[in-house]
Design a protein around this ligand. Structure first.
Ligand code: SF4
Length: 373
């Protein structure tokens, strides 16, 4: 069945505000912290009905075939007997909470608790950052609820993907790993993102826990080198990041590095690739940063010369990263937003970030002067 997706039958996603869905594309969102009930909600049953008829539900129109296929692969299990009324948890994708020690450009307070003090700058750059959003949805009660659900279904769950916030500074994540170890469920694959600042938390060492699992992978984010990287991922100390990367490697934990291609680093790709080749033993994955639009690399189209320079660098050095082809396609697509408005949003938000953080954009990125005011 070409149009089939198994996420509504086998996937479980918990995202912002603790709402429930079946995948990270959130075709539907259910506000019910009784997860068993949430997974039998009519909206999710309707997704199942459509897929069983080989139809793509209207709610999934935002999704791509690539994501649908990748999600279906992640949800593969021994039980491929799909029923409208049955949900068997196989793949869990969790934003554990928004507790985070970084305030990266492009993030917002719903995803990082540290961004709350920069909300005035976020509101300037992100046209949809809502005032009524829940900026504090990290509760230990909710974390225990999630752990109970996972333990109940430990025999069918094959992998758990964690995002944040910063998962490695969330006590509940350590509790979960300890519980899975206690109940001999270390066959469950653990896959977590990290900003690279932490490997121990409250005297617990994440490496000692992860090592007990048959399969685990850490994805370390890194969006630029030196002071440019530290400007974009505010809170980053490059030396600490590299030390932690080497710790994971020396303990034989699989590490992937993810670089988000954006307006701040699109002219730096060659230097970044040099640094990664010199310091890492993995080729980083180049992923796309398309929100907020004023920080996406497409905004560089404001200046033709800078755009051509960025494309030349991407054509020449993109191949030193994995999955760079998607980025080339993205950069060739038209910028769908009003350039004047984005210019205003870019300049005003950067100026506000600089004011609150006492940073200096022009001193850090003199090559981007033409995009600013
Ligand atoms: S088709 Fe896409 S949006 Fe729909 S359930 Fe599958 S992965 Fe999610």
């Amino acid at each position: 069945m070409n149009n089939f997706c198994s996420a509504p039958f086998r996937g479980f996603y918990q995202g912002l505000d603790g709402k429930i869905s079946v995948c990270c594309q959130t075709p539907v969102l259910i506000d019910n912290n009784n997860y068993e009930e949430a997974l039998q909600d009519e909206k999710i049953k309707n997704l199942r009905k459509k897929f069983l008829k080989n139809e793509i539900p209207v709610e999934c129109k935002i999704c791509t075939k690539r994501v649908r296929n990748e999600t279906t692969k992640l949800c593969e299990s021994d039980n491929e007997n799909f029923k409208v009324d049955e949900h068997v948890p196989v793949f869990l994708d969790l934003l554990w909470s928004n507790k985070c020690n970084f305030s990266c450009m492009g993030c917002n307070p719903r995803i990082s608790s540290s961004m709350l003090k920069y909300k005035s700058a976020v509101d300037l750059v992100d046209p949809y950052n809502t005032l009524d959003a829940n900026y504090s949805w990290d509760s230990s009660e909710e974390q225990q609820n999630r752990i109970d659900f996972i333990l109940k279904h430990k025999d069918t769950i094959k992998s758990i993907h964690l995002n944040g916030g910063e998962p490695l500074m969330q006590e509940g994540f350590y509790d979960l790993l300890e519980q899975l170890i206690k109940y001999n469920a270390t066959n469950i694959g653990i896959w977590s993102h990290t900003n690279g600042s932490i490997t121990t938390y409250k005297k617990k060492d994440i490496l000692q826990l992860l090592k007990k699992f048959d399969k685990c992978k850490i994805i370390m984010s890194h969006d630029g080198i030196g002071n440019k990287g530290e400007y974009v991922r505010f809170g980053l100390k490059q030396g600490v990041w590299l030390k932690n990367y080497n710790r994971f490697i020396s303990e034989n934990i699989q590490v992937d590095v993810q670089v988000c291609y954006n307006v701040f680093n699109c002219l730096q790709l060659e230097k970044m690739a040099d640094w990664y080749e010199e310091n890492l033993n993995v080729k980083p994955n180049l992923s796309l940063w398309n929100w907020p639009p004023a920080y996406s690399a497409q905004y560089i189209k404001k200046n033709k010369k800078l755009y051509e320079e960025a494309m030349l660098i991407l054509d020449t050095h993109g191949k030193r990263f994995r999955k760079y082809e998607y980025i080339i396609d993205f950069m060739k697509q038209p910028f769908e937003y009003d350039m004047e408005e984005m210019h205003w949003r870019f300049s005003e938000s950067i100026s506000e970030f600089d004011r609150i953080r006492e940073t200096d954009f022009l001193k850090t990125f003199p090559e981007l002067e033409e995009l600013y005011y």
